[in-house]
Ligand binder design. Sequence first.
Ligand code: FHN
Length: 472
Amino acid sequence: MRQIKLFRICFIIAFFSGFILTPYSCARKEPLSKDEKMAWWREAKFGLFIHWGVYSIPAGIWKGKEYEIVGEWIMASADIPREEYEKLPPQFNPIKYDPAEWVRIAKDAGMKYIVITSKHHDGFSMFDTKANNYNIVNATPYGKDVLKALSQECKKAGIKFCVYYSILDWHHPSQESDRTKKRNVDKYSYNLMKEGRKEEYVKYMKLQLRELIAGYEPAVMWFDGDWSDWWTMEDGKEILNFLWRLKPDLIINDRAAHDEEKGTFLGDYGSPEQHVPKGGLDYDWETCMTMNDTWGFKKNDHNWKTTQVLVHNLVDIASKGGNFLLNVGPTSEGLIPEPSVDRLHAIGKWLRVNGEAIYGTRNWRTYKEGPNDLITDYYDKDKDREVNFTAQDIRFTTRDNILYASCLAWPDKEVIIKSLGTKSMPEAKIADVTMLGSDEKLEWTLTEEGLKIIPPKTKPCEHAFVFKIIFY
Ligand code: FHN
């Protein structure tokens, strides 16, 4: 009798001291707030986009003809009938695919999440779906689930695994591509939903989305391809709610339900593509960008952005409060192209010195000083992307009582940060000024005109140079 009494007393103490997780305490009373859900994503700042599919076999060339458009659009741009395109999966055998190496490359680059195409517009699934046999396990000699392997390596490495999913589907029997009907962008083909087939296709989509949530636990669902007339905002809203019932903390981008005319969207963040919004956006956003001019691999696309241009994009995006999703298009053998790997390594090297000015920061009262802006309309292949920045071209990020001022060129003489002048910011009480990566003591004075800093003699890195300004 005494033991039972003693047990009861211990249980009550343990329960109220929280040592015992009860359904009540471990099942949250209320769902995650948006800020709680987005916290890791806002900290992360930099992710890897991977466009990988059977389109990496033609790699931009079909029956000897080179196609201008991005590699993953070859089925539409070369008007390839389904039966013809279906001859590609039996040739797909990425024996050099090494998911651990891909994750190592991403981690070395300083990336915190990976978004990979689970199914692009061509309808071919790069994961083990039961929805049909048109997938990497059932339709290729490779026969293994590349997404499963990557998700496992991401988990081991502490990198968030995320998936891209295309709403439109050029292979599914419910749809047909109608090239006579152009979208507002003339090079994009148009896909139509056959009469009475939409319900069947939405069911198919939901089966695959359920498989992706249950089997791969993605942190982000990156939708794309919602521009066909047969897909409405209502459809998008329904699919978002369907997913949030399955995974309440799932982050979803804007592309399942966005109204281009009104500029409105449902989902957790905006996804400007191939450009950086001029002054940033007043909601969560992520610029997605290619390193050359294609998302999916093209053997003859060598128009690579320099590491300097990529680092400047990363700094500019962070100064405006956004995330940077930088793309690679692996080959049909399963290799990330060498020029991409080199650039990712160089960006990682820069971040190992300057990462504290990017990760977990937010935009300051102004994002920039200086005369120049990035040239980031990357759809124009011929436009020169290099900008002759000066040391007075500065981008700001901040966290707590620290301001980071990133000069987009080496300051070989005194730098003046005008935004900190005693006239423009009388309340600024500066305790210390250093340069990230340098242990040289810096001379600085705060004047009406601005914070004047004599830079260190030795460069601590390349591409962009960060003053760390600590306020009292
Ligand atoms: O049509 C796709 C394209 O192939 C690629 O996936 C990009 C990536 O953001 N999204 C669409 C074009 O906006």
